[in-house]
Design a protein around this ligand. Structure first.
Ligand code: ATP
Length: 246
């Protein structure tokens, strides 16, 4: 593989975009913390939230329309001065299984401005730990940087050898990610928000199956309090989502 040449003092590219994809079932404060954190660390000009269509690794997920609606509500709460926050429905509108590498190709091909942007795919440590299971995972680096944040319960020491080798080769600092289009990786070990969508779905499902109001979980003071933006919590309540889980 050709080693990428790095110019240490290269100026930052005009567009520095962070793309956070996820099932977002539901979108929660862990996702928002990840986006906020990298917006600051990477001095991003844009954050794009990208709900997955039909994730091939998670076949049973809530309807795309609900996940898109919750993502839009959450995006509106991401107060990031100077950063444009958008929700991209590309994967939801795309028929069939979606692979991140193909989504990135489509995004790059949309405009010359997209082609030239510094693009960083944002993810939590759990995703890096099985990156080698992603479709054409090595190709991701020809399309984007990776910004990976720590997540409670996931240890970077457990990386599969091939992913570990890619990390060692591509690890770089924030300035390098901002001044180049793709190919580098930044690991940030300072984030520690212990929340997952699974835990939230289960908490809501348990209160539902006990016959108590799901409002216990989806209103202030319930088990998921503080882990969901209020607008998403209200949406879940109004649409009776996740009651069957648990
Ligand atoms: P589930 O529990 O259903 O697997 P999840 O909470 O992991 O869902 P996803 O939508 O699968 O949510 O995650 C989207 C992205 O956000 C992934 O890259 C994931 O690593 C990251 N992420 C989710 N929660 C956190 C968190 N608490 N800290 C850091 N990153 C997170």
């Amino acid at each position: 593989m050709t080693k990428l040449s790095i110019t240490p003092d290269a100026p930052a590219l005009a567009r520095r975009v962070g793309l956070l994809g996820g099932t977002f079932d539901p979108i929660h404060e862990g996702h928002l913390a990840l986006a906020r954190h990298f917006a600051r660390v990477l001095d991003l000009t844009e954050v794009i939230l990208l709900p997955a269509g039909q994730p091939w690794q998670k076949p049973e997920v809530s309807a795309a329309g609900h996940r898109l609606a919750m993502t839009r509500l959450a995006a509106a709460t991401l107060a990031l001065p100077g950063v444009t926050v958008t929700v991209d429905a590309d994967e939801i509108e795309h028929d069939g299984p979606t692979y991140t590498v193909e989504t990135l190709r489509r995004w790059r091909a949309k405009s010359e401005s997209n082609a030239q942007a510094a693009l960083t795919l944002l993810m939590g440590a759990d995703q890096l730990l099985h990156l080698d299971s992603w479709h054409e995972w090595r190709e991701l680096f020809a399309l984007a940087h990776l910004g990976v944040a720590s997540r409670p319960g996931f240890d970077f020491a457990a990386l599969p050898p091939e992913v570990g080798a890619a990390v060692a080769e591509r690890r770089a600092d924030a300035a390098t990610l901002g001044s180049t289009r793709c190919g580098h990786l930044l690991i940030d070990e300072t984030l520690a928000l212990d929340v997952s969508a699974t835990e939230i779905r289960q908490a809501i499902g348990l209160t539902g199956t006990k016959g108590t109001a799901d409002a216990q979980t989806t209103t202030p003071g319930g088990p998921a309090a503080g882990k969901l933006p209020a607008a998403v919590r209200d949406y879940i309540h109004q649409h009776h989502l996740y009651r069957h889980h648990g």
